[in-house]
Write a protein that binds this ligand. Sequence first.
Ligand SMILES: [Cu+2]
Length: 155
Amino acid sequence: MDYGRLLVVASVIIVAASVAAGFMHVQTLVKHEGGRATKPPATKTETKTVATVVVTIRPGSFVEGTNPTFDPPTIKVMLGVNNTVRWVNMETEKISHDVAHEECFRNTPQCIAGFVSPLFPPGESFQFTFSAPGVYRYVCAAHPWMKGEVVVVGK
Ligand SMILES: [Cu+2]
């Protein structure tokens, strides 16, 4: 075997070794990526706590002229933070109330169907989760002087 041939053979071996090493490296990366993907993130968990804001319906709201009825009458909530509002009927007499998006009460195309509750008695509640920014006025359809407003803002 002459020197030239030896050099060629040696080169082939080096190239083959490099390719193999490279392949192993890629294999290692793939394995590592795979392993990392299956592990849960070490930092914060995915669970998200979104707060519920309570609006009380004050006793005597069924009497026209009572003010406020929905308390607080205007609330501001933030999407992804506290965008669920719960209305609680606090009447001391057996008076049911409801919560109706004013657009539904007025029968406009902007009515959000889910934002209309059935009548609910004292001690019971209705809740609605807002999903878009906006100013949402609502009434009690049974007692239209009862008005409130939810202002929803983005994060
Ligand atoms: Cu009412």
